[in-house]
Design a protein around this ligand. Structure first.
Ligand code: PEP
Length: 253
């Protein structure tokens, strides 16, 4: 059984004071969420990870980072290592978000390197994939997403892959208010599961959680989560307010 996972990507929002306040509110309003029922993670900016960790430590909210450099340490000015993420309490790391692919030149190969190193340091990658509007209009969504999934998972053995979280995020739906319909999302999620089955086996494919991301809100989460291959949500805008993130996390209510 796949436990649904709802993760909040705070992107480059919230200074230290605001991050701590949001973490406090979430700790409070999500305290009745059973992690066996729904897993919750929040991903603040690097500078606020340690302080947010102090607040949520011991609670049912897990901590994630939004990126990582795939080396333990070294002369890589401005970068953050997996060891550093672990030392401030991170269990998850978002890798290959479309904004990083678009603005920072990330490719399937660089995402793959990061996925490998994240696993080495016991961080669970939330690996993002998704087509642009142009891809969708050209009818090449499936082949684009398949290439991203295969590229990101290259040489990752099934014992590790079974723990990855994949976030299917159609680029045209991120931050735009345009959500994929439940049918559009389910179709791609099922396709991704098929790719995973081909790469590994049925049991592995069935154990990997695939989140949907792209304008998830309290009023659309329920129908998305009702789809058989949608196992969670990666939430941007609606994760920045405690009440909307709470409503998304509690989608079963
Ligand atoms: C995201 O940042 O991954 C995302 C899905 O953003 P939003 O929910 O704002 O579309």
């Amino acid at each position: 059984m796949r436990i649904p996972i709802i993760a909040g990507n705070w992107k480059m929002y919230k200074d230290l004071t605001e991050s701590k306040a949001l973490a406090e509110s979430l700790k409070n309003c999500l305290k009745d969420v059973n992690p066996e029922d729904t897993e919750v993670a929040i991903c603040p900016t690097f500078t606020n990870l340690a302080s947010v960790n102090e607040i949520i430590k011991g609670s049912n909210i897990k901590l994630g980072a939004q990126n990582m450099y795939p080396k333990q340490e070294g002369a890589f000015t401005g970068e953050i290592s997996p060891l550093m993420l672990r030392s401030v309490g991170c269990q998850y790391v978002i890798l290959g978000h479309s904004e990083r692919r678009q603005y920072f030149g990330e490719t399937d190969a660089s995402v793959n390197e990061k996925v490998k190193v994240a696993f080495e340091y016991a961080l669970t990658p939330i690996m993002c994939v998704g087509e642009t509007l142009e891809h969708r209009e050209k009818g090449i969504t499936n082949s684009v997403v398949k290439t991203q999934v295969e590229g990101g998972l290259k040489d990752i053995p099934k014992e590790k892959a079974k723990n990855i979280v994949i976030a299917y995020e159609p680029v045209w739906a991120i931050g735009t208010g345009k959500v994929a319909t439940k049918e559009q999302a389910q179709e791609v999620h099922a396709m991704i599961r098929g790719v995973l089955k081909n790469l590994y086996d049925e049991a592995t494919a069935n154990s990997i959680r695939i989140q949907y991301g792209g304008s998830v809100k309290p009023d659309n989460v329920k129908e998305l989560m009702a789809q058989p291959d949608i196992d969670g949500a990666l939430v941007g805008g609606a994760a920045l307010k405690a009440d909307s993130f709470e409503a998304i996390v509690k989608f079963k209510k």
